[in-house]
Ligand binder design. Structure first.
Ligand code: FAD
Length: 449
């Protein structure tokens, strides 16, 4: 092992940076403030339901190439079931469903034809979709940067049904931002990379285990086995500067950690605090205090009987948006566990537990069957509100995302919010970790395994 690289923040960006550093012969020391790795993609013990759960449903895409490479390194690719082809069950109400399944055809026909011929669309909806498909192919992504998704869609005319069925759920699920505020450029990237580039990579990736068993635990083992170090309950408080370099990281316990190189894998607000406390606010070229954040609410329910239907289910025009079955380790004997996801949940984040449960009850009866009242009564529930699940992904936010390099020679940045060109997702976090290591020096990129 040659030089030591201190990585601050043990979320997926920090994990990815540590793994990339090891691949380059660097020795990573990963510092994490909390009890374990994983950050915003972690598992937790919910004492009140006596169960391990995830902090929220995380859906991957078959097109998450960086993440799949990381999963392979950690020996975990089989822990995610990648659909082939893409398959989602949309529900309009108790009687009206649309089981979307991509066709085995060249892109984008694999995606557009099942919509054109399978979805309950009117002639004008179909004309709109056809027109939209043609426009999409001619789009110059850079020109979308100032636009919101709302403005982009308005340019192609109106189709209220497609907005409910496609654009709204897709924007909320991938950008965690309401359509009227969300960045058209980022939605274009999602559509292009995840759904429209090839039938083979358009499927969703669903975890078959808890996140902690897929990322945090295997990563900690891997980093240690390969000669790196992981320290939990270790908060970085201060960076010491010598000339154009960071020379050491001071922790909350006043420990001085010497660093040949340092990577921040912190969210923007935590990094802004660390830099301000170190008198280094000017070293990042954008105003990272300008980000706003968007919550995700996850309602986990364990019921006596199964909710009828196929999952994942997209609830059309519902505040609940999506229902997933809980992964096997979070199921309880004799019960059926589900996760209800509410993205961009700013308007619901102050709602109390009983009102949220009533909302789930009402929507379940609307979408599945009125007779489900007793049937559906949850035996246990656990609600997780992640108030800063991602930054609010507006056109303005694009200008705040910095590159991994800072003005200090041995200090780089990672995190889902760095300018990766991707929305704030697992894939962006993992890519950013590799970018931060590559930005440190001239070492070659790690080989693809
Ligand atoms: C509920 C929810 C659902 C989501 N769903 C999806 C999904 O379906 N698909 C998808 O792709 N993405 C999803 N995401 C987004 C995804 O989880 C994030 O993009 C990703 O986990 C961000 O990783 P990160 O490493 O950049 O940041 P973080 O995970 O925030 O990591 C930062 C780490 O730094 C630590 N830290 C903070 N301050 C200090 C300090 N001073 N010293 C040391 N450590 C510190 C924190 O404890 C944390 O562990 C979801 C997020 C949430 C919250």
């Amino acid at each position: 092992m040659s030089s030591k690289v201190v990585i601050i923040g043990g979320g997926l960006a920090g994990i990815s940076a540590a793994v990339a550093a090891l691949a380059q012969g660097r020795q990573p020391l990963l510092l994490e403030r909390t009890a374990g790795l994983g950050g915003r993609a972690r598992s937790l013990f919910a004492r009140d339901v006596d169960s391990m759960i995830d902090n929220g449903q995380h859906v991957l895409a078959a097109s998450y190439h960086e993440t799949r490479r990381l999963l392979r390194r950690l020996g975990q690719e089989n822990a995610i079931h990648f659909q082939q082809p893409l398959s989602i069950h949309f529900r309009f109400n108790q009687r009206r469903n649309f089981p979307f399944r991509a066709w085995r055809l060249p892109a984008p026909l694999h995606f557009l034809l099942p919509l054109l011929f399978g979805a309950p669309l009117s002639r004008s909806d179909r004309r709109y979709l056809f027109r939209w498909g043609r426009r999409f192919r001619q789009t110059v992504p850079e020109q979308l940067k100032p636009l919101t998704v709302r403005q982009w869609l308005d340019e192609a005319g109106q189709s209220p049904l497609l907005e409910q069925l496609l654009w709204e759920p897709l924007t909320l699920a991938t950008l965690n931002t309401p359509l009227r505020q969300a960045s058209a450029f980022l939605l274009y990237q999602v559509l292009q990379k995840a759904f429209l580039s090839s039938a083979a990579t358009s499927g969703l990736g669903l975890a078959t285990r808890l996140l902690g068993e897929i990322f945090a635990r295997p990563a900690e083992q891997f980093i240690r086995q390969q000669g790196g170090e992981v320290r939990t309950f270790c908060t970085a408080k201060h960076l010491l500067r010598e000339g154009n370099r960071v020379s050491a990281v001071m922790t909350q316990k006043d420990e001085r950690i010497e660093a040949a190189e340092t990577i921040s894998a912190l969210p923007p607000n935590a990094l802004a605090r660390l830099l301000a406390d170190s008198g280094l606010s000017g070293i990042v070229p954008t105003d990272i205090t300008g980000f706003r954040y968007s919550p995700i609410i996850t309602v986990n329910l364990w019921c006596r009987r199964a909710i009828p239907g196929d999952f994942p289910a997209g609830l059309v025009d519902s505040p609940l948006q999506w229902i997933f079955e809980l992964p096997h380790p979070a199921q309880k004997p004799g019960l059926y566990g589900y996760t209800f996801v509410i993205s961009a949940a700013e308007h619901l984040v102050t709602m109390d537990a009983q009102t949220l449960l009533d909302l789930c009850d009402r929507e379940c009866r609307h979408f599945f069957a009125r007779g489900l009242r007793d049937h559906f009564q949850p035996v246990h529930y656990k609600i997780v509100k992640e108030k800063q699940a991602t930054f609010l992904q507006t056109p303005q936010s694009l200008t705040l995302r910095p590159p991994p390099r800072t003005s200090l020679a041995n200090f780089t940045l990672a995190g889902d919010w760095i300018d990766t060109g991707l929305p704030a997702t697992i894939e962006s976090a993992v890519l950013s970790g590799r970018m931060a290591v590559e930005a440190l020096g001239d070492a070659p990129a790690p080989p693809d395994t």
